[in-house]
Design a protein around this ligand. Structure first.
Ligand SMILES: Nc1ncnc2c1ncn2[C@@H]1O[C@H](COP(=O)(O)OP(=O)(O)OP(=O)(O)O)[C@@H](O)[C@H]1O
Length: 555
């Protein structure tokens, strides 16, 4: 329109770096980070990140170079979420459960210039560098020590010559360094590899703009007021901790860091630090509700817990709320910066019976405020499916919190954006109230005698059996039915149940064709982000062979 001028006065590339700068002014003396005796204020965090960023630049890192980190949720991991972007580089957080071969592969793919590594993971990093040294340049290693740990020697592993020490980089950094801001808000801020549940990890590129918007949407959907106290259970290496490191800075909150996640640690931290918010995959919630009675103490105040990353069974939501937690259910993918939808609560739901409420809350919901739209579409015609809670289609996303693309994989990027929407590979339905509900990943849906069986729905029912701790359902190939549902079940300690009892339990609650035909009692293989590795279970189910023989009629 005539009269408008786009200039630096009214158009500044969005970046979460501004959250830290603002918090250092608004909340200078308030606690930003706590882990054991280590405590920093927002002013200190700002200073430390500035100095660290200057040292990263000093090491020869140029804008858009990749800087990798292999560390659990320790304060350094949090600081790197700001220091790396402030240096103009792109942060690549690596899964702490990867072995050296996978770390080497991802370092090579991302062409990382620096690898920050926690001392407890030094042997993995060293193994990776050894593999890399055979074919390519190796990144500069920077060792993160425990606070007060003076020596780089870590038990049997002494760091290789030339290794730098994290705290020295901060001590030697310049406080007058001016943070490098993105030239364009579309510039990458992070590179996140997917969990590798269904295929090899893909490198997902996040922009400053997307991270900024998803962080603010995260604060809103968690209903975080200023100065929340956030307990870190979600690994920061997974979708940058669902973008919450940036959200907590935006709200001047206190980050309570912990190396390991245990039910005892969670309750201790809640009491000690008056935690207001936390997050965790359904496996973490399951661990909480099944922890011994002496651990599960009544909460001093409501704690809001965001869950996602895998389908939370209604039973888990129900029992968490019985303990006094407020469960916020969110769904998304690495490609959507983690959380993309939220099952926004409605006051009328409060009048429903508790188990009914839990079922409604287990739905994946609606797009959050930072995302333009989520829809369920026919992947061929791209038509929206009717909102009848029955017609299955593919979940698709559109908006500013969808990734830039996959690193060095244009073909895959084009494929997932075909039709102008991001195709998630998840299958779901739309309810009449517009909320979506996931039924399966397209690779996991079970088709038995022409009927679709949702493994998520079936797992939810098995899960509500009082003896069941965990359940996963996969397809068992069948000569007559095509596939039949095969349940892998882990029982709670001290509980018993037979396969027949589990099958009967399901038949009493579901149409008969949906009940499992096979029940196997076993431990469930998991990814480090809490997802069941169904491909392993599928192999096992396949190895069992067909339940029915060819040419037999109905069972
Ligand atoms: N709230 C949720 N309910 C149900 N499923 C969820 C939820 N949140 C996430 N998921 C599942 O997790 C998937 C996203 O996982 P993520 O991006 O971490 O990597 P991955 O898809 O497991 O890895 P890969 O793409 O390499 O197989 C979603 O597509 C969905 O299937």
């Amino acid at each position: 329109m005539e009269g408008s001028i786009r200039c630096s006065a009214n158009y500044v590339p969005l970046s979460p770096i501004t959250f830290l700068e603002r918090s250092a002014i608004v909340y200078p003396q308030r606690l930003s980070l706590v882990m054991g005796d280590v405590k920093y204020t927002w002013s200190q965090t700002h200073h430390r990140c500035t100095k660290l960023a200057s040292s990263i630049v000093n090491l020869g890192v140029s804008p858009l170079h990749v800087v990798a980190v292999l560390a659990p949720n320790v304060p350094a991991m949090y600081e790197l979420h700001f220091a790396v972007p402030m240096s103009g580089a792109v942060l690549c957080t690596l899964n702490t459960r990867h072995d050296s071969a996978m770390v080497a592969l991802l370092l090579k793919h991302s062409e990382a210039k620096i690898l920050f590594v926690d001392y407890q993971l030094l042997d993995i990093a060293q193994g990776a560098l050894k593999i890399l040294s055979k074919t390519t340049n190796i990144p500069q290693l920077v060792l993160i020590l425990e606070s007060g740990q003076a020596s780089p020697d870590t038990g049997n592993n002494s760091s290789p010559p030339g290794t730098l020490i994290y705290e020295n980089l901060i001590a030697d950094g310049k406080l007058d360094f001016e943070a490098r801001r993105p030239k364009d808000e579309w510039d990458p801020i992070a590179l996140n590899y997917t969990s590798g549940t269904t295929s090899s990890p893909k490198g997902v590129i996040y922009s400053h703009r997307g991270a900024y918007l998803n962080a603010l949407a995260g604060a809103l959907l968690n209903e975080m007021r200023s100065m929340p106290v956030y307990l870190w259970c979600v690994p920061m290496f997974h979708c940058n901790g669902w973008c919450l490191p940036w959200a907590i800075a935006a709200q001047g909150g206190t980050n309570i860091c912990q190396r390991n996640v245990t039910a005892e640690g969670i309750f201790d931290n809640i009491f000690q630090h008056k935690v207001s918010h936390m997050g965790g995959a359904p496996t973490v919630l399951n661990m909480i509700i099944n922890s011994p009675l002496e651990v599960r103490k009544p909460l001093p105040e409501k704690v809001s817990v965001m869950t996602g990353g895998a389908p939370p069974p209604p039973e888990v939501i129900f029992r968490m709320e019985e303990l006094g937690f407020d469960v916020v259910h969110s769904y998304g993918l690495t490609e959507t910066y983690g959380p993309a939808t939220v099952c926004t609560g409605q006051p009328e739901w409060d009048d429903l019976p508790r188990d009914e409420q839990a079922k409604i809350k287990a739905r994946q919901g609606v797009n959050h405020l930072g995302l333009d739209a989520v829809d369920i579409k026919d992947p061929v015609t791209m038509e929206s499916v009717p909102a009848d809670a029955k017609t299955i289609g593919e979940v698709m996303f559109r908006g500013n919190t969808v990734m830039n693309g996959y690193l060095k994989n244009l073909k895959e990027t084009q494929d997932v954006f075909k039709g102008g929407w991001f195709r998630s590979g998840d299958l779901g339905v739309k309810h009449p109230d517009g909320y979506i509900e996931l039924k399966d990943r397209s690779k996991d849906i079970i088709i038995s005698g022409g009927e679709n069986i949702s493994s998520i729905e079936l797992e939810g029912v098995i899960f509500s059996h009082p003896a069941v701790l965990e359940a996963a359902v996969v397809a068992r190939p069948d000569d007559y039915w095509g596939e039949t549902p095969c349940a892998f079940v882990k029982l709670k300690e001290g509980h018993t149940a037979t396969a027949e009892e589990i099958i009967q339990f399901c038949q009493n609650r579901l149409p008969h064709y949906m009940a499992p035909r096979t029940v196997v009692f076993a431990d469930l293989p998991k990814t480090s982000t809490g997802k069941t590795q169904k491909f392993i279970l599928k192999e096992k189910a396949k190895a069992m062979g067909s339940l029915t023989k060819k040419k037999t009629s109905r069972l």
